[in-house]
Design a protein around this ligand. Structure first.
Ligand SMILES: C[S@@+](CC[C@H](N)C(=O)[O-])C[C@H]1O[C@@H](n2cnc3c(N)ncnc32)[C@H](O)[C@@H]1O
Length: 212
């Protein structure tokens, strides 16, 4: 912004910009929530307790492709990149262009790919980036508030895209997401994390080696 543009900027806009700058990624997340509360579904990013617990069951040395749905401002992205092997890839998919633009500007790791699109198209997205299957898929999507039919379609596409031995990692404030997972994943492990706003459920849906 030039100094003339700054001087002309209306007071409410100026206040909003200052708050956003002061809050850093939290400000970008909050703005994303204000623009699309139903799709974002939360006003603050996940806590490090959720992140650590959710990622603790991943077999990192054997992970080549990790996919994340709904990364928001990238709360999970750096922790995933820190654990991912050097020849691994992290593909994140979000419907919110504000978040994708922010992630592309702030994460410069060559293993990182940010896609503006829907998790329902995960199979096409994975194939477009040269992969057949994903080892793990992580989801922070607000399953219970997604438009009709979207959550079941995402659960089905996710089951198809995960390799045998891989898993679907889901964290959610409401228990509903588990029922979408259970239509496809026979073995689901459950947990709960209290230190988060609000506390949330965690599930790992495993696609076992002996599945069809
Ligand atoms: C609760 S936020 C998750 C934030 C972040 N993962 C965290 O842990 O702090 C949900 C995210 O899902 C995204 N989203 C909603 N519907 C989606 C869809 N069909 N495909 C991909 N992303 C979607 C929203 O734009 C938002 O970034």
């Amino acid at each position: 912004m030039t100094s003339t543009e700054l001087a002309r900027e209306a007071l409410p806009q100026r206040i909003r910009r200052k708050i956003k700058q002061g809050l850093g990624p939290w400000g970008v997340f909050f703005e994303g929530f204000l623009r699309n509360p139903v799709m974002v579904g939360s006003i603050v990013p996940s806590s490090r307790f959720v992140i650590n617990r959710m990622l603790s069951r991943v077999d990192w040395p054997n992970c080549r492709l990790f996919v994340e749905y709904g990364p928001g401002v990238g709360t999970f992205c750096q922790p995933v990149l820190d654990k991912l092997p050097r020849d691994g890839t992290l593909i994140v998919i979000d419907t919110n262009p504000l978040f994708i633009d922010y992630l592309r500007r702030t994460i410069t790791d060559s293993r990182f790919i940010a896609v503006h699109g829907s998790a329902a198209d995960v199979e096409d997205i994975v194939r477009a980036h040269g992969h057949e299957k994903a080892d793990y898929v992580l989801s922070g999507l607000p399953f219970s508030t997604l438009p009709d039919g979207v959550a079941p379609a995402i659960a089905a596409a996710t089951y198809r895209v995960i390799r045998k031995g891989g898993a679907f990692l889901v964290y959610q404030f409401r228990p509903k997401a588990r029922s979408y997972m259970a239509r496809h994943f026979k073995r689901i492990e459950d947990s709960y994390e209290l230190i988060n706003v609000p506390p949330c459920f965690l599930w790992w849906g495993w696609k076992d080696e002996d599945e069809g």
